[in-house]
Design a protein around this ligand. Structure first.
Ligand code: 4NP
Length: 151
């Protein structure tokens, strides 16, 4: 079983989409996918309505997810930790205990644009178009991750 964690700031906009999009592309018997936020702003909350809506428009149901905060124990539980932006990267790396922990942390858009260290833009304060954009980026990135997992 390969275990993959998607991480953003709130765990209500970007990482719930990343979780749902990867989950639908992999064999659930072989791959476990989860998501978490670096902050505790929205603990226990369902994803943002706009993330639920853009997913639903694409036949993906993420409405049952609940926000939780990233913790050091996640370094033990997960094989790969994909963060949405450079700020998430810094926050997660800051909690790493050793080089093995650090090695697990990757910017998700580096799957699409290797070594460019691009951010999935935080759509929280923008309009619906921001969520469409995030959806497309994460759909493309998770296609590549899924392909790697099933090599
Ligand atoms: P996310 O978006 O990190 O993609 O879930 C955000 C959600 C909430 C906040 C910031 C970003 N916030 O400041 O409450």
């Amino acid at each position: 079983m390969t275990k993959i964690l998607m991480v953003c700031l709130g765990n209500i906009c970007r990482s719930p989409l990343a979780e749902g999009l990867l989950q639908e592309k992999v064999d659930p018997k072989k791959v476990k996918v989860d998501s978490a936020g670096t902050s505790n702003y929205h603990l226990g909350k369902a994803p943002d309505k706009r993330s639920i809506a853009v997913a639903k428009k694409n036949d993906l149901d993420i409405s049952q997810q609940k926000a939780r905060q990233f913790s050091v124990a996640d370094f033990d539980e997960f094989d790969y930790i994909y963060v949405m932006d450079n700020s998430n990267f810094a926050d997660v790396i800051n909690l790493a205990r050793n080089a093995e922990d650090e090695k697990k942390v990757k910017l998700i858009l580096n799957e699409l644009y290797p070594e460019e260290n691009k951010d999935v833009p935080d759509p929280y304060y923008g309009g619906d178009q921001g969520f469409d954009n995030v959806y497309k980026m994460l759909d493309e990135s998770t296609k590549i991750i899924a392909k790697k997992l099933h090599h």
